[in-house]
Design a protein around this ligand. Structure first.
Ligand SMILES: [Zn+2]
Length: 313
């Protein structure tokens, strides 16, 4: 997500939490289906994405990743649409071809609007947080910032292909989240902006964005733009995580983050960002798979599986 987030994080600290930090006793034991989320396989998907190399636009790895995602969904028999579009670089004027991937799994309840689970799949073209200035124009691997959220959604697709969800689920992979240069927020979230302007359905029940959720030292406080716009939804989601015993989720205020949920919120979609912004390797060449773990991927993995099979009230 963007650099502006750090600045906003500092001013968010005075905001109150939306709910009591007291943890409830986990009730409602998770169903067997929810427990089937395979964290080890999700971590393999994280590694496979990183094995292509940095997946910023214009690279072979970018094209390979699109083929890899396409093969994954198609092999599961899940319908896939793509949104291909061209952004014009604001500095150089060069064309920047980008691709969103939209997989859809029909749910049992056709009356309820679909859930949108999303993550960005691109990785940042420049390691601008490197302490060594000579390294700052190199592309990052994006194990956590890019591959982690996607890995969870690829594994969720396995579950959904075996047993249909309660309501229809869209699994959307956004391109161009991390394209922008520091200081120019208009060049971030390119895929999410395009998607918000070209929605495949009229209405979503809500959107859940997964970003930077693979950190071995995972902490998931409440992102403040999400809480400010949809406090009841945020409470329901963190309550579900607590009921599932997902210890990374804490009902404490996190930073205000500018991320792919912002264009969705602007379109009136109830969007929530699950993100651990406390990640020392953020936007550096050190954002590699060894900083991430299967265990951490399982935290959001088990949550999204639960939400898919048991709709929120
Ligand atoms: Zn980023």
């Amino acid at each position: 997500m963007s650099y502006a987030a750090i600045l906003l994080a500092a001013i968010s600290l005075g905001l109150p939490a939306f709910a009591s930090p007291t943890l409830k006793t986990p009730k409602a034991a998770a169903t067997s289906k929810e427990m089937e989320f395979d964290s080890t396989r999700a971590y393999r998907y994280l590694n496979e994405q990183c094995a292509f190399g940095p997946r910023n636009t214009g690279t072979d790895a970018h094209a390979q990743a699109i083929r890899y995602f396409t093969t994954h969904f198609k092999s599961l028999g899940i319908p896939l649409q793509t949104q291909e579009f061209v952004h014009t670089d604001m500095q150089s004027g060069a064309p920047v071809p980008l691709t969103n991937l939209i997989a859809t799994v029909k749910g049992k309840d056709a009356k309820r609007a679909p859930i949108l689970f999303c993550a960005h799949w691109d990785s940042r073209p420049r390691a601008d947080q490197e302490s060594n200035a000579a390294l700052r124009d190199r592309p990052i691997l994006g194990a956590n910032d890019g591959a982690s959220g996607v890995a969870v959604l690829l594994e969720l697709a396995n579950l959904l292909s075996r047993k249909p969800p309660a309501q229809t689920v869209f699994l959307v992979l956004f391109d161009g989240e991390d394209y922008g240069r520091e200081g120019n927020i208009d060049e971030y979230f390119l895929g999410a902006r395009y998607f918000a302007e070209h929605l495949p359905v009229k209405e979503f029940d809500y959107a859940l964005l997964l970003d930077m959720i693979g950190d071995t030292d995972l902490h998931l406080p409440i992102e403040q733009n999400s809480a400010a716009r949809n406090p009841a939804l945020v409470k329901s989601i963190w309550d579900r995580a607590t009921a599932l015993g997902l210890s990374a989720f804490t009902k404490t205020p996190g930073p205000s983050v500018l991320d792919d949920h912002m264009p969705l919120l602007a379109k009136g979609i109830r969007a929530v960002d699950i993100i651990d912004f406390d990640y020392p390797a953020w936007h550096t060449l050190g954002d590699t798979p060894d900083k991430c773990s299967a265990y951490s991927l399982g935290m959001t993995g088990r949550l999204v599986a639960s939400l898919a099979y048991r709709s929120l009230p």
